[in-house]
Design a protein around this ligand. Structure first.
Ligand SMILES: [Zn+2]
Length: 209
């Protein structure tokens, strides 16, 4: 399962050398990430899987998603990502959160406020009846960045009140900083590679520790 908020939280990952890689480190990287995940944004804004990049259109309205180079997109994504990760940290408690930002998490109250405010910009859903009755957002803004951040906020809310929240884990492997969804109750690590690395480490510690 992939949701927008979950995908955004996953833009902080281990770099394979004991450090942390941020896939949103620069505006260009943020633009690339956004281009790759625009279907998830569209999914939230249209309430169903969207088509392709750029323009979402439906009766009487066209929304152009943030341009690749639009300034501020990266900063806004990083801000709302901080809120999402603070809420993920709370969701996995009492287990420890991802080590990437464990020491500098946003206060939960601030994270809630940010996510709720962002989602507010989408407004309410209205009934639309072209062929079949359907709902669509009656946005409170035309600002594409606000809509993008709003889509993340909405996605975070939907994720956190869904059963998927109970499957959220922070990978406990030494160098890993990933949040993942536990598919199986016996799954401890985010990936087979983390599991193998940890087994080797433990074996080594036992023999040399
Ligand atoms: Zn891992």
């Amino acid at each position: 399962m992939s949701t927008l908020a979950f995908a955004l939280a996953a833009t902080i990952k281990h770099d394979g050398h004991g450090g942390i890689a941020d896939l949103l480190a620069t505006p260009a990287e943020a633009a690339a990430w956004l281009a790759e995940h625009q279907h998830l944004v569209t999914q939230v804004l249209l309430g169903r899987p969207g088509s392709d990049l750029g323009r979402i259109s439906y009766p009487n309205r066209a929304v152009i998603l943030p341009d690749a180079d639009e300034s501020g997109v990266r900063d806004e994504l990083v801000r709302i990502r901080g809120a999402v990760r603070a809420l993920f940290a709370r969701a996995v408690a009492p287990e420890p959160p991802s080590k990437a930002d464990a020491g500098r998490l946003m206060a939960v109250e601030d994270a809630l406020r940010m996510v709720n405010r962002a989602a507010d910009r989408l407004g309410t859903t209205h009934l639309e009846w072209v062929e079949e009755p359907a709902t669509r957002w009656a946005f409170r803004t035309d600002d594409p960045v606000a809509l993008l951040v709003g889509a993340v906020g909405r996605s975070a809310i939907d994720f956190l009140v869904s059963p998927a929240r109970g499957l959220l884990r922070a990978c406990p492997a030494a160098r890993c900083v990933k949040y993942f969804l536990q598919d199986d109750p016996r799954q401890t690590w985010c990936s087979a590679s983390c599991g193998n690395r940890e087994r080797v480490n433990r074996h080594y510690r036992k023999r040399h520790g």
